[in-house]
Design a protein around this ligand. Structure first.
Ligand code: RFL
Ligand code: PHB
Length: 399
C-alpha cells in the first residue's frame, strides 16, 4: 500500500503490534479513520514469536469484533495451570476459582495475522516497511508524523488529530515526551528466559510453571504439533552455549516431578534468550500523543500480561476518542493515563510477584529461597491465595 501525498487522517498509529492493530480495529468500529505506520514487513510481524496467553476478556473482545473464528477453532482452552515445586505438582483450577473463566493459549503472531488480514480486507491502511518515523507538534492542535515510505524515498508527512504511539519499548514515541515531563520506573532482573519451539506432541494438558533448584521452567503449547518451552538462564548467556541436548536435559530435570510423567522431546526449530524487566512510564500522554502497550510499560513474561495490557490500553483510548468525536468531550482523553495506570500497576505487581516467587535469583540467600517455597506452599493450600492468583491470571475485569 502507498499513501498518496496530502492525505490526512484522524489517528496516526505508529506500530502494528497488538496495540496498534487492536486500536485500528476498535477505531474503525466507531467510524474513526486511522493509518498505521510500521517499520517492519508484514512477513516479519507475522513471524515474530512472542506471547501465548490471552485473558478471558480479550477472547470475548476478539469474538465481539468478529475476529475470533480461528482463535475459537485453533486456540487451546485450559481450565487451569499446574505449579510444580519441591518435586510435587499442584493443579490450580482457574475456572472453578473464577466462576468459569478459562486460560486461553493462542500465539501472538496468530492474533497479528488475524488482525492484519481483517484490517486489510476492510480497506484499512497499514503501511509496512516505513522508516525514519518522527512524531512532531504533539503540543499543538495539528500534530503530524514524518516518515519515509521506502528507505531511499523522500520524507513525507501525515497530518492528523491524534498520534497513538504503539511502537513498543524501543520505538520513538515515548522519547517524544520531553524528559522533564515523564518519570520512568524500572527493575531489571538478574535472569532471563531461553525459549524454544519444538516439533513435538503436547506433553501435558495445561501449562506447567516450575520452581526448581536449578531455576524456573515453563511448559506451554502452540498446536498439536508444536510446543513452546522456556528455562531460566543468565540473560547475558550466548545461545550458542545451549545445544538441544543441554536444553532438553535441563527441561527434564526442572519439569519432571518423579511421578512417572515425562516430557516428550522433538526437534527444536527456534531458540533464543530474552532479558526481563519491569518498566512503567508516567504519564502516557503528552498533548496529542498517547502512548500504549510496551511503549509505555513492560512486564516480565511470567504473568503472561504484556499483550493483554496493550489491548486494555487501546480499548480505553478508543473509547475516549469515540466520545471526543461524537460529543466533543475530552473527559475520556484526560482520564486516559489514570484509567490505564490503575490496571498497569496491578499487572506490574502480579508479574513481579509471579517472577520473584518462581525464579531462583542467583544472588538470593538460602533464607529467601525458603521464603519463596513457603509462599508457594501457602498458595497451593489456601483457597483464598489461589483465588487471588487465578483472578489476576485470567484477567481482572475490564469495565
Ligand atoms: P510490540 O508488539 O513490540 O509492537 C510494536 C510495533 O511497533 C513497531 N515499531 C515501529 N514502527 C514504525 N517506526 C518505528 N520507529 C518503530 N519502532 C517500533 C515494531 O516493529 C512493532 O511491530 O508492542 P505492543 O503492540 O505494545 O504489544 C506488546 C506485546 O507484544 C508484548 O507485551 C507481549 O509479547 C509480551 N509477552 C506476553 N504477553 C502476554 O500478554 N501473554 C504472554 O503469554 C506473553 N508472553 C511476552 C511473552 C513477550 C515475550 N518476549 C519475547 C518479550 C513471552 C515472551 C517470550
Ligand atoms: C507462551 O506460551 O509463550 C507463554 C505462556 C505463559 C507465559 C508466558 C509465555 O507466562
Amino acid at each position: 500500500m502507498y499513501l498518496a501525498k496530502g492525505v490526512r487522517t484522524q489517528v496516526a498509529i505508529v506500530g502494528a503490534g497488538p496495540a496498534g492493530l487492536f486500536l485500528a480495529h476498535l477505531l474503525h468500529r466507531q467510524g474513526i479513520e486511522s493509518v498505521i505506520l510500521e517499520q517492519r514487513s508484514r512477513a516479519e510481524i507475522e513471524g515474530t514469536i512472542r506471547a501465548g496467553v490471552l485473558e478471558h476478556w480479550v477472547v470475548d473482545l476478539m469474538n465481539d469484533m468478529g475476529l475470533g473464528d480461528r482463535l475459537m477453532r485453533e486456540g487451546h482452552f485450559h481450565s487451569g495451570i499446574t505449579l510444580r515445586f519441591g518435586r510435587r505438582s499442584h493443579h490450580i483450577d482457574m475456572s472453578e476459582l473464577t466462576g468459569g473463566k478459562r486460560v486461553t493459549v493462542y500465539a501472538q503472531h496468530e492474533v497479528i495475522r488475524d488482525l492484519v488480514a481483517a484490517r486489510l480486507e476492510d480497506g484499512g491502511r497499514i503501511l509496512f516497511g516505513v522508516s525514519d518515523v518522527d512524531v512532531r507538534d504533539i503540543d499543538c492542535a495539528a500534530p503530524r508524523v514524518l516518515f519515509r515510505q521506502s528507505p531511499d524515498g523522500p520524507m513525507e508527512e501525515l497530518p492528523c488529530d491524534f498520534i497513538a504511539g504503539c511502537d513498543g519499548f524501543h520505538g520513538p514515541s515515548r522519547q517524544a515526551i520531553p524528559a522533564a515531563c515523564r518519570r520512568e520506573y524500572q527493575i531489571t532482573y538478574p535472569f532471563g528466559w531461553l525459549g524454544i519451539l519444538a516439533e513435538a506432541p503436547p506433553s501435558h494438558p495445561e501449562l506447567i510453571y516450575a520452581n526448581h533448584e536449578r531455576g524456573f521452567a515453563l511448559l506451554s503449547t502452540r498446536s498439536p504439533e508444536v510446543q513452546r518451552l522456556y528455562i531460566q538462564c543468565d540473560p547475558r548467556d550466548d545461545i550458542a552455549n545451549w545445544s538441544d541436548d543441554r536444553i532438553w536435559s535441563e527441561l527434564h530435570r526442572r519439569l519432571e516431578d518423579g511421578s512417572g510423567w515425562t516430557l516428550t522431546e522433538g526437534p527444536v526449530f527456534q531458540k533464543g534468550i530474552i532479558g526481563m524487566r519491569s518498566f512503567v512510564c508516567e504519564p502516557m500522554r503528552h498533548g496529542r500523543l498517547f502512548i500504549a502497550g510496551d511503549a509505555a510499560h513492560i512486564v516480565p513474561p511470567t504473568g503472561a500480561k504484556g499483550l493483554n495490557l496493550a489491548v486494555a490500553d487501546v480499548l480505553v483510548l478508543s473509547r475516549a476518542m469515540a466520545a471526543y468525536y461524537s460529543t466533543g468531550s475530552s473527559d475520556g482523553l484526560d482520564g486516559y493515563c489514570a484509567t490505564c495506570l490503575a490496571r498497569i500497576w496491578k499487572a506490574e505487581r502480579f508479574s513481579w510477584h509471579m517472577t520473584t516467587m518462581l525464579h531462583r535469583n542467583p544472588g538470593e540467600s538460602a533464607f529467601e529461597q525458603r521464603l519463596h517455597l513457603a509462599e508457594l506452599d501457602h498458595l497451593v493450600h489456601s483457597r483464598a491465595a489461589m483465588a487471588a492468583l487465578a483472578e489476576n491470571y485470567v484477567g481482572l475485569p475490564m469495565e
